[in-house]
Write a protein that binds this ligand. Structure first.
Ligand SMILES: Cc1ncc(COP(=O)(O)O)c(C=O)c1O
Length: 388
């Protein structure tokens, strides 16, 4: 079956964070939420569940985690063990839970910045400090400054590492060697690695993601990993994700914490959607990935033709494009405000991702190509206006 990603779907008045919070006429291209209809097998599974007219408490069926493990094996060549998994009502909630149950106020979480801003919020809202190790920006690509990371990892307050793999906002995939080196530094310094792999299924054709827990037994034992169908299949509103914790002692801490919060029960629609995604979603996903790659190409061509001062990172994974506008020599704050007011486009402002993000903007390209082109024209219009 051929899916139509060019189709424009009106998402207004659907209690939608992306489209129901913008002023009339503004194009939202900030939050990581796709404007595409979900895959048919997922829709069918949800319809089937809806036809059963009772919506009492849910459970995860016996084959639930096996289906998830097989998905990871099929897509990434590594099979997690079923007993590693627990249900989690979202990755961002999970990051907040870990900041509450794995570390204590006064401790610090190390992160490679710029990074997905809820990482900072999850720490800081829970009285945990942030230790930022800045990525090196070289040739429109990020690299890890291992010396700096190691120096910061040695500080005794640093107890956990929030690792964004693949990287958001840069879209970089980390190599096995890089993950191993980070992992060993963490182990040597008693730091738990939390690997957020929510973007890992969204690989540009030909790319490969390395699951942190697959790198070595030692690293696996010291790791906590998030995966989810929510980003891959656009199901974030169902609040269903998975956490994998191979080390039984760490898993016990997490599971007991969730029990203490009284939020153990999964959402019945989330269960059906996750199972249908991981069992039958491959065909839709493979088509989506080609469409996304072409959208990324479209941004690249547009920028080189119309805004050559803007330098984008080519994502290896995900549908978020990180663009360096510093070559325009505009004040980043004024530029961002003008994008919203004049261009009528809402992007994510770079500095939110940490200091090294200053001068960047992040654009979500998971939309029909005609909408993407409209968005790019709005950026160009803003620049023309500011230069007048
Ligand atoms: C790296 C990363 N983690 C987590 C999330 C959100 O996860 P959830 O919707 O499951 O809370 C996002 C969404 O953009 C993300 O980019």
């Amino acid at each position: 079956m051929k899916y139509d990603f060019d189709k424009i779907i009106d998402r207004k008045n659907s209690n939608c964070l992306k489209w129901d919070t913008v002023e009339e006429g503004v194009l939202p291209m900030w939050v990581a939420d796709m404007d595409f209809a979900i895959a048919d097998p997922i829709l069918m599974a949800l319809k089937k569940r809806l036809e059963h007219p009772v919506f009492g408490y849910g459970i995860t069926p016996g084959n639930y985690y096996d289906i998830a493990a097989k998905w990871v094996e099929r897509r990434h060549g590594f099979k997690p063990e079923e007993q590693w998994f627990s249900h989690c009502p979202g990755v961002v909630p999970g990051l907040h839970f870990l900041a509450q149950c794995m570390v204590k106020p006064g401790d610090r979480i190390i992160m490679l910045t710029p990074v997905y801003y809820p990482f900072f919020e999850a720490a800081q809202r829970n009285g945990i400090g942030v230790s930022a190790s800045q990525l090196i920006y070289r040739n429109q690509r990020y690299e890890i400054d291992f010396d700096d990371f190691e120096k910061k990892a040695k500080e005794p307050e640093v107890k956990m590492f929030y690792f964004c793999s693949p990287h958001n906002p840069g879209g970089r995939l980390w190599t096995r060697e890089e993950i191993e080196r980070l992992g060993m530094i963490c182990i040597e310094n008693g730091i738990i690695i939390v690997s957020d792999e929510i973007h890992s299924d969204l690989l540009m054709p030909g790319e490969r993601h390395i699951v942190t827990a697959s790198v070595s037994r030692e690293i696996s034992d010291n790791s906590i990993t998030f995966i989810a169908p929510s980003k891959t299949f656009n199901l974030a509103g169902l609040q269903t994700s998975l956490i994998m914790i191979p080390n039984p002692s760490l898993k016990d801490i997490f599971d007991r914490f969730i029990a203490r919060l009284g939020i153990k029960r999964p959402n019945v629609f989330g269960i059906s959607a996750l199972m249908a995604s991981y069992e039958y979603g491959d065909e839709w996903l493979d088509q989506l990935l080609i469409y996304l790659k072409n959208n990324v190409e479209c941004v690249k061509e547009y920028l080189s033709e119309h805004i050559p001062e803007a330098k984008m990172m080519i994502p290896q994974a995900g549908y978020l494009v990180w663009i360096d506008f510093s070559g325009l020599k505009l004040d980043p704050k004024e530029f961002h405000e003008a994008l919203l007011k004049t261009g009528k486009i809402w992007l994510d402002e770079g500095y939110m991702f940490g200091e090294p993000g200053y001068g960047f903007e992040r654009i979500n390209v998971a939309c029909p190509r005609s909408v993407l082109i409209d968005g790019l024209k709005r950026i160009k219009k803003t620049i023309d206006y500011l230069r007048k």
